[in-house]
Design a protein around this ligand. Structure first.
Ligand SMILES: NC(=O)C1=CN([C@@H]2O[C@H](COP(=O)(O)OP(=O)(O)OC[C@H]3O[C@@H](n4cnc5c(N)ncnc54)[C@H](OP(=O)(O)O)[C@@H]3O)[C@@H](O)[C@H]2O)C=CC1
Ligand SMILES: CC(=O)C(=O)O
Ligand SMILES: [Mg+2]
Length: 613
């Protein structure tokens, strides 16, 4: 039954409309020839009539030409005047501006995406700076919290505990044959908002919207997925509108075999698709990454691409202070948060220090980083006992895993507070990956600024309400000297002396779209560690000297497409250098051009109806 449906689907293709093609596909040349856009490519579809209007990947709203209306049987089904995209953009932007709240804008944009993806992406790309904060953090966080209340229409695929044993059939319910990128979450740690169960679906949708808008992946080749393994969020379980499974999360072997069934199903239909694991709680995030990274094309966004952009921030931060990128080992870095993102980030920093060759060993690199969790510093329990304290590791804290143990400081008492650690360590950089507002206290930041001329203050948690401190606080507590980067966007801060405290957004949205682009174009069969380090280096080199002088570390969000092109090209090169690329390059092809030309741009192309008899 499912296979029959699959066979019925004709893969829409972009083809050159030569006469031969027209004859082969039986489209009356007279109709096609009257289309003024025949010099462009055409898109062939087996849909017609109202189905075209209701298909967001095909619909053009009022922009169907008269010839198209004729040949697609939609004459009379749309208003008479053909309006090109510029008029449509004017209308949707006005409507968007009329929305009073960010959440209302989110709902409006989601509805537009569900009606007409071409127009949606054109609008997003034209106003990336303004709209990234709606379709992505911070507003997407609010949308996740309220997802069960604002739900309008389904997007993506849900695999739940009631689907065990059926997943390899279910994947054929997805209507598109080609899938390049899948973003999957189990909703267990959505941004800094905790367990939101299947409401977490807004995250894969938002990430994939950036894959398309910034990374140039084709809209029909992306698939957002939620694995609904239950939720431990009691208020969602109690809410009659909640749409997910109404039981607590499955754990242990049951959980891992559920994910395994899903992975097997997805790989059976789309063996080459890139899978991005997103917002899985610790330690599932690491366990899944370690289980699959060596056998398929996948990565964990929170662990690996967060590491890339944070490393980029530190490398650019060195240059902003007149140092060299190779001076990374000179930094003293406190990382608040030793979960998925925190450990991923510090591992990336250590990898880079080792690669730069200024430290003699990995152990020496560890000594430049101090890790904290909610119980304080990962330190030496024996020293706590000597100081008369009960160390958190003595009951309060779950046992540290292998990676976390590398960062334990033998010379400092376990469980020291941030203020105490800052006083002893005199850090040059402080990273926040806790998901907790207020972790960067005034005392800690002021003490840091006492010892460091230009402290790097990076409250990286999302959404903005969960950032460890605000931009205003960071600049106030450092007398305007901080170099500031946050996970969610903050406005620049006017300083008393007429200067402006520049803010940077340090979010994995700078890295994953380009990574996906490079991996897709090269058809890499593995995602390698070097891809992340090279992503960091590429982004770290993008700010101009004058921007760096002002404390600007990265190009603005409006330039995400350029960033993704640069990252995509470098990742593609790495894929060929490391022998994991499977796409054949033609003699004389320039990689940057290949990557650039492969990027999707939202334009209407003439539609041609064709049914295979
Ligand atoms: N900017 C970006 O691009 C990204 C930002 N993030 C953000 O990072 C945050 C954390 O994500 P993730 O690592 O996956 O989450 P985890 O739940 O895996 O880890 C959270 C960590 O923070 C620690 N923590 C909690 N409270 C405090 C506190 N008061 N002081 C110090 N540490 C504390 C926890 O300690 P304990 O184990 O003791 O509870 C744990 O180690 C989220 O808010 C997320 O939005 C994530 C990915 C990308
Ligand atoms: C940005 C991101 O991936 C997170 O906050 O989880
Ligand atoms: Mg995430």
């Amino acid at each position: 039954m499912l296979l029959c449906r699959r066979q019925q689907l004709l893969k829409p293709q972009l083809l050159n409309p030569t006469n031969l093609f027209l004859r082969r596909y039986g489209v009356p040349p007279a109709v096609l020839n009257s289309d003024p856009r025949l010099d462009k490519t055409v898109q062939v579809t087996n849909s017609r009539g109202v189905n075209i209007i209701h298909d967001p990947l095909l619909s053009k709203g009022t922009a169907f030409s008269i010839a198209e209306r004729e040949r697609l049987s939609i004459r009379g089904l749309v208003p008479p005047r053909c309006q090109e995209m510029d008029k449509q953009l004017l209308r949707v932007k006005r409507n968007l501006d009329d929305c009073r709240t960010p959440l209302a804008k989110f709902v409006f944009l989601a509805a537009l995406q569900d009606r007409n993806e071409t127009l949606f992406y054109k609008l997003i790309i034209n106003h990336l700076d303004e709209l990234a904060g709606i379709i992505y953090t911070p507003t997407v966080g609010l949308a996740c919290l309220r997802s069960h209340a604002i739900y309008r229409r389904s997007r993506g695929m849900y695999f739940s505990t009631q689907d065990r044993g059926s997943m390899s059939a279910m994947v054929y319910n997805w209507p598109h044959e080609e899938v390049d990128v899948i973003v999957v979450t189990d909703g267990s740690r959505v941004l800094g908002l905790g367990d939101l169960g299947c409401n977490g679906m807004q995250i894969p949708i938002g990430k994939l919207s950036l894959y398309v808008a910034a990374g140039g992946i084709r809209p029909r080749a992306v698939l957002p997925v939620v694995l609904d393994v239950g939720t431990n969020n009691q208020s969602l379980l109690n809410d009659p509108l909640y749409m997910g499974m109404g039981h607590p999360r499955i754990e242990g072997e049951e959980y891992y075999s559920f994910v395994d069934e899903w992975v097997t199903a997805v790989k059976s239909r789309w063996p080459n698709a890139l899978i991005q694991f997103e917002d899985f709680k610790y330690p599932h995030a690491y366990n899944l990454l370690n289980k699959y990274r060596n056998s398929m094309t996948c990565f964990n966004d929170d662990i690996q691409s967060t590491s890339a952009i944070t490393l980029a921030g530190l490398l650019a931060g060195l240059k902003a202070r007149g140092m060299k990128q190779e001076d990374l080992d000179q930094e003293r870095i406190i990382c608040c948060g030793s979960g998925s993102a925190g450990v991923g980030v510090v591992e990336g920093i250590v990898d880079c220090m080792v690669a730069q060759g200024r430290v003699k060993s990995r152990e020496e690199a560890y000594s430049r980083v101090w890790m904290m969790d909610q119980h304080g510093l990962l330190g030496n329990p024996q020293l706590s006992a000597e100081a008369g304290h009960i160390a958190p590791s003595n009951g309060k804290r779950a046992a540290l895993d292998e990676l976390q143990r590398c960062y334990v400081k033998k010379d400092l008492p376990d469980g020291l507070t941030l203020e105490e650690v800052v006083e002893r360590v005199k850090p040059t950089a402080i990273l926040g990956l806790t998901g907790v507002r207020g972790v960067f206290t005034e005392k800690a930041i002021r003490t840091m600024a006492k010892y460091t001329e230009k402290p790097l203050v990076f409250p990286l948690s999302n959404p903005d309400t969960h950032a460890e401190c605000t931009a205003e606080e960071a600049f106030k507590w450092t007398d305007g000297r901080a170099i500031f980067a946050s996970g969610s966007p903050f406005e620049d801060v006017p300083l008393p002396n007429g200067r402006i405290g520049r803010t940077n957004q340090c979010n994995n949205s700078y890295s994953f779209p380009g990574l996906g682009l490079g991996i897709t174009v090269s058809r890499a069969n593995r995602v390698t560690s070097s891809m992340f380090m090279e992503t960091a280096r590429t982004i770290a080199d993008m700010a101009s000297p004058s921007q760096l002088k002002e404390g600007i570390l990265f190009p603005g969000v409006a330039n995400l497409r350029d960033v993704s092109l640069a990252v995509g090209t470098r990742v593609c090169e790495v894929a060929y250098e490391e022998g994991v690329a499977t796409a054949n390059l033609k003699e004389g092809e320039v990689l940057s051009e290949v990557v650039k030309n492969s990027m999707y741009t939202p334009e209407y192309v003439p539609l041609v109806h064709y049914t295979k008899y």
